[in-house]
Ligand binder design. Structure first.
Ligand code: HEM
Length: 537
């Protein structure tokens, strides 16, 4: 249905109040003063200097000078669209989340897909993880499912995230390479942080080269908690399954596309939506009752592990449809602020130490990216649920809050105990029992770094295995330090000996347990490179 002949969602109605069209309207300054001339500055004489009093020139230039905001520290390049979500059947038995109760109800959403490492202007088809972030504008407040297109992550503890990103991003002395993992710092980090093995396998696989955002899975990665209205909890992992199925490019295609059409993925999504070919994704959940927490041979809180679907089946519970492109990229896609800590009653956190750290990081970064504490008032970030509290003031405050009283527990606001009473049935954190010493170390159950990486390798077809080996050879082949290359090969021998010796063929390393390196430039993957640096050490 086109935008004109379907019912507006609650979010669209809200956004409309902020939408200002210039079409055919007389030009004014930002102060509403009519403008008579927009091409020539005010000068002293036809060949004279520009005059300071030209307020129109000053305003136009000043606004332009401040048009850019910092790009996201990660996931800088992204593309978004509007849509809606509908649950297939009530999930009442598991969660009281308001938007998961009624199959008749539609919930407006905004989705932003992204690459992770490159800057805002980098190419779409690079080998990288993809972000898959969904904001549900529910009647009980905003819920954000801020996921990726891979089900696991590189590290287990948020403390390492700044290190990971410093290693993944272009190197600090020369800002090279843009949006690739083919460099020394990335592989140095990997070889010193063996918990990354599983995620690196996914990253070297075809999952890193999606054919389209429409043909990509999404994962919440962390273990969250569903809580029902009786207070009973289940551990939950979230999955998005594209209705079109999953499709990948091959390496040669993505390299060409990066040159010929760096906007390939955003163009594909935009065109599909414009032509009414709406992308759809089904929401799946894996559920584990609280009492089964310790019945698996991996720790269900470890974000480098997935829950094998043969053991914990994915239950499909609803569908997301993207049916409207943005009106303005900056106002919507760039200014949207996702946060895994935006939860609603019925959804709660777990003690996954990666998740716990994320809960701090997002608002913190957005305070500087979006200029102060009121970015929740930016139209795309506003909940459709009403917002009332005693927070006041701050940079760029839009709301005018009348009245004398702006504090809780007061005797001045008439009969009401507070101008903003707390709500019964409001968000209550799950009362999990926690009892332990303050320590930094992690449980032994997080120390198996290889089993699931091996499982991943063993589940691949021969063609997929070839792609993985070629990817390792290409990315690692660009690493200058032979020492790092060797460490990585040795590390992946723990995943699979054959994998390691196949990687080692052609990148000048010693096959683990094997005899010396094959000739340095013999592999087909390396012959695709335009430059092969000679090893530095
Ligand atoms: C974006 C931090 C792990 C998915 C971001 C941003 C930060 C951040 C600071 C930029 C936010 C903004 O400017 O609005 C972290 C930290 C992590 C972590 C500290 C680990 C400790 C993850 C994981 C996932 C993920 C495990 C996937 C499950 C995303 C996505 C975005 C993002 C999709 C882009 C959101 C958007 O489209 O605006 N992250 N992240 N991150 N992160 Fe994470």
């Amino acid at each position: 249905q086109s935008r004109n002949n379907r019912q507006q969602t609650s979010k669209e109605k809200q956004l409309e109040q902020f939408t200002v069209s210039n079409d055919g309207k007389p030009m004014t300054t930002n102060q509403g003063v009519p403008v008579s001339e927009d091409e020539h500055s005010l000068k002293a004489g036809v060949r004279g200097p520009t005059l300071m009093e030209d307020f129109h020139f000053r305003e136009k230039m000043t606004h332009f000078d401040h048009e850019r905001i910092p790009e996201r520290i990660v996931h800088a390049r992204g593309f978004g669209a509007h849509g809606y979500f509908q649950v297939y059947e009530s999930m009442k038995a598991y969660t009281k989340a308001q938007f998961l109760q009624d199959p008749e109800q539609t919930t407006p959403v905004f989705v932003r897909f992204s690459t992770v490492a490159g800057s805002r202007g980098s190419a779409d088809t690079v080998r990288d993880v993809r972000g898959f972030a969904v904001k549900f504008y529910t009647e009980a407040g905003n819920y954000d499912l801020v996921g990726n297109n891979m089900p696991v992550f590189f590290i287990q503890d948020a403390m390492k995230f700044p290190d990971l990103v410093h290693a993944v991003k272009p190197e600090p002395h020369n800002e090279i390479p843009q949006a690739q993992s083919a460099h020394d710092t990335f592989w140095d980090f990997v070889s010193n942080n063996t918990e990354s093995a599983h995620m690196v396998m996914w990253k070297m696989s075809d999952r890193s080269l999606p054919r389209s955002f429409r043909m990509m899975e999404g994962f919440g990665v962390h273990t969250f908690r569903f809580v029902n209205d009786e207070g009973r909890a289940h551990f939950v992992k979230f999955h998005w399954k594209p209705v079109l199925g999953m499709h990948a490019h091959v390496w040669d295609e993505v390299q060409k596309l990066a040159g010929k059409d760096p906007d390939y993925h955003r163009r594909d999504l935009w065109d599909a939506i414009e032509s009414g070919n709406y992308p759809e994704y089904e929401l799946g959940v894996q559920l584990i009752p609280e009492e089964d927490e310790f019945t698996f041979d991996f720790d269900i809180l470890d974000p480098t592990k997935l829950w094998p679907e043969e053991i914990v089946p994915v239950r499909i519970i609803g569908k997301l449809t993207l049916n409207r492109n943005t009106d303005n990229f900056f106002a919507e896609t760039e200014q949207i602020a996702f946060h895994p800590g935006h939860v609603v009653p019925g959804i709660d956190f777990t003690n996954d130490p990666l998740l716990q750290g994320r809960l701090f990081s997002y608002t913190d970064t957005q305070l500087s990216r979006l200029g102060g504490p009121n970015f929740h008032e930016i139209p795309i970030n506003r909940p459709v649920a009403p917002v009332h509290n005693n927070q006041r003031d701050g940079m760029h405050r839009m709301t005018i809050n009348p009245g004398q009283v702006s504090y809780h527990k007061n005797g001045l606001a008439g009969n009401s105990p507070s101008p903003v009473p707390e709500e019964e049935g409001g968000y209550a954190h799950y009362t999990e029992k926690v009892d332990g010493r303050k320590i930094r170390e992690r449980s032994d159950s997080f120390k198996d770094h290889y089993s699931q990486a091996s499982m991943f390798w063993n589940s691949m077809s021969e063609v997929e295995k070839e792609h993985i080996v070629s990817a390792f050879q290409f990315e690692l082949g660009k690493v200058k330090s032979k020492d790092i290359r060797q460490r990585v090969v040795d590390m992946f021998a723990n995943v699979d000996k054959e994998l390691a010796s196949r990687i080692s063929e052609g990148i000048g390393t010693v096959s683990p347990g094997g005899q010396g390196a094959a000739s340095a430039l013999s592999s087909p993957a390396l012959s695709m490179m335009n430059t092969v640096k000679s090893p530095r050490s």
